[in-house]
Design a protein around this ligand. Sequence first.
Ligand code: CS2
Length: 498
Amino acid sequence: MSHPIKLNQANLSALPKAVERPTYDRSQVRTGIVHVGVGGFHRSHEAVYTDQLLQTGEANNWGICGVGIRQDDRRMSNILSEQDGLYTLIVKHPDQQIDTRVVGSIIDFAFGADDPELVLAKMSHADTHVVSLTVTEGGYNIDTDTGDFDFDNPDAQHDLEHPSQPRLVFGYLTESLRRRRDRGLPAFTVLSCDNIQHNGNLTQRMLLSFARRQDNELAKWIETHVTFPNSMVDRITPVTTDRDIHYLESEYGFRDQWPVTCEPFCQWVVEDKFSCGRPAWEQVGVQFVPNVVPYETMKLRLLNAGHSVLGILGAIHGHETINDCIEDERFAHYLRLFMDIEATPTLEPVPGIDLDQYKNSLIERFGNPNIRDHVSRICLQSSSKLPVFLLPTIEANLNEGRSIDLATLVIAAWCLYSDRQVNQAGEPLDIVDDMKVELHAAASRSREDKLSFIKLNSVFGDLWQNERFSSVYSNLINRIYLGNDIVAEMHRLSTQHR
Ligand code: CS2
């Protein structure tokens, strides 16, 4: 085969016809959105909605400048710069059909870890109206003990002392908002797109506590002028593999160094409070609502928690992907029971949504055989995810005297997972978690103190002091540490709920 064409602006017209691509003139698009945290998810979601909008020809002032603020973002920065911001979206349908589109909405990139000034200049530019974020659950710098901003983080101290060379997203936001205020420019909207309950409110609380420490007057200005819409974001986006890169080369003859793959489903529900204008995203399917809370609670407690149920139990059993779990009826059944018996009773009615249908559609989405979403992606950073996805369900059910068994098995299994670090066949687990060492240390004391894992206060708070929870949990720890098969335990709990 001849050399593949490199993906970049000059080569766009040379791509085979079957590959969709931007037909708008990218040179005419200006940056209206600065996005911090350009990973797979941003590129399968907000950037795609924005690309569709740019395609209408009516939104030229809403291009995206991608921003990376951590050293880990260097690779994305280099690749997107080489590819003129272009990348390929590979949408994988359950029936094996694959749609391929080159996305053009990221028109610029600023890498703050090398050049913070470049990012500050972008954020404080008059054309910027929205700063959106996907900085992951862990990126909000929350002191998990108190729920407040974690000023003990050395990077937070650094940002307080060096406002023009920030490291944390809150340092960047504060300094660029200061510059806007001083120049008489309107405040931008801060739009969080992370899977966190009340993501906008939380971002506001964290930003204000940081800004108050630095400059109280500025904090007041931020409080009055910046809006923080809550939003619920949804599209399953597995980690890109070499197979995806090779697929584009062999099928279409071009090389994209970092395409993104995802499922066909896509949803974005956003509160319509933008202090400085917004793209007309409703034209391309974004739902604007007055209150996003019921949607986000539903998604966190059914989809994200459902993923964790399958991910952790599946990893221990030895399933490789989420669709492998769904193909195993014992897992699919357990998931459905968890959703029906433990998650659903904690939800308020969600406007326009039939929860039964929503759950059916989740099982179908998880089962998409073409997606191959690895359980290791689901389990990574569980220490930030489970407190948001699963613990609120357990807490709500404890308060109401309802069942907690199915979710508690996941916590006990997570202890075993963190302790042994191998699956039931003895194969090593691929564990990525900032708290991996602490999790392992706490879990490995379970033989002496059955509650040692859940006494990890920064993850579980004081949940272990709840008698019902600690007794259900220690009973499950006993059973799985005695060597009981995880699937047998799932079966035992399922039959109790027939
Ligand atoms: C997953 C999410 O991180 C996780 O554990 O549940 O990444 C999930 O795939 C997305 O939120 C889907 O919208």
